[in-house]
Design a protein around this ligand. Structure first.
Ligand SMILES: NCc1[nH]cc(CCC(=O)O)c1CC(=O)O
Length: 309
């Protein structure tokens, strides 16, 4: 099965490149005769670095230009952090494959090794995710939360330069870039609920592109697919994006999937949680059911309040 060079589209950040190269090397291993290349595409999210992510409010911030390249036949697939992908694909695009999920927990990165619980009014915790802000404030309302942007290296440098005393970041991003030693602690998911799809790498393709689909099938992980389907269907039911404090994580035992979701106020004063389970193959239904359940608990009030801030 050898065809024209297959082009893999990615953002240019170190993390994005790492993920795209991971996909490339797995494909090269599976298809030694086929040639693959990486094509770097810059996105709006890479260009706007001075505005808090939660204020930009654009769902396809890190993905639109990549999809443009996909439709314009400049690339044959796009590699994304699934977390950055809107829950609904644009017409003509689809989730071609999802790699086995790596670390999905959030990590605590503390300059002097203090835990979040040990900190007080003098300590600054940096994160620009409303979901993390809400949960940090719930765990320890004393700390000051400050915004931070930029890639992982920039953030670590900013912390060393005194911008903050600690940060909450996706464990997956740190581990992929070799910063394991910077992780003070991983938060258990039930304590600090991760973002829907966190830690999963997605391959987006053109609909009906059978040639590419055949190549990427070897990368697909069905268990991960069920988990992220449940998490994203929950997110979709709540019409959430990265501007809203929503999180969820699924676990699977045997063929039973359990999904726990969170909707919170960014100041940490109110938080709703709920759990739903069922068969893995019904992941989408479980996500929708959990969304409905959390709405009956009062999620709409929270979401309306957040949108009006
Ligand atoms: N929002 C940015 C983003 N998108 C994906 C990751 C890390 C990798 C992942 O979660 O899969 C990160 C950084 C972070 O949240 O700390």
């Amino acid at each position: 099965m050898t065809t024209a060079t297959i082009r893999i589209g990615t953002r240019g950040s170190k993390l994005a490149l790492y993920q795209a190269n991971l996909v490339k090397s797995k494909l090269e291993e599976a298809y030694p005769e086929q040639s693959f290349e990486i094509v770097i595409i810059s996105t709006k999210g890479d260009k706007i670095l001075d505005v808090a992510l939660s204020k930009i409010g654009d769902k396809g911030l890190f993905t639109k230009e990549l999809e443009h390249a996909l439709f314009g036949n400049e690339v044959d697939m796009c590699v994304h952090s699934l977390k950055d992908l809107p829950t609904v694909f644009p017409e003509g695009a689809q989730l071609g494959a999802i790699l086995e999920r790596a670390e999905f927990k959030d990590a605590w990165v503390s300059k002097d090794g203090l835990s979040l619980e040990e900190m007080n009014e003098t300590h600054k915790v940096a994160t620009s995710s409303l979901r993390r802000i809400a949960q940090v404030k719930r765990i320890n309302p004393k700390v000051e939360v400050v915004d931070i942007r930029g890639n992982v290296d920039t953030r670590l440098r900013k912390m060393r330069d005194g911008h903050c005393d600690a940060m909450v970041m996706a464990g997956a991003g740190l581990i992929r870039l070799g910063y394991n030693s910077e992780i003070t602690q991983l938060f258990e998911p039930e304590y600090l609920i991760p973002a829907c799809g966190q830690g999963a790498i997605a391959i987006e393709t053109r609909e009906n592109d059978n040639r590419i689909q055949q190549f990427i099938n070897v990368l697909h992980c069905n268990q991960t697919y069920h988990k992220i389907t449940a998490e994203r269907s929950f997110l979709n039911e709540l019409e959430g994006g990265c501007q809203i404090p929503i999180g969820a994580y699924a676990t699977i035992e045997g063929d039973e999937l359990t999904l726990t979701g969170l909707v919170a106020l960014p100041d940490g004063t109110k938080e709703l949680r709920a759990t739903e389970s069922g068969k893995s193959v019904d992941a989408e239904k479980i996500g929708r059911k959990l969304g409905q359940k959390i709405i009956t608990l009062g999620a709409h009030d929270i979401l309306t309040q957040v949108r009006n801030i």
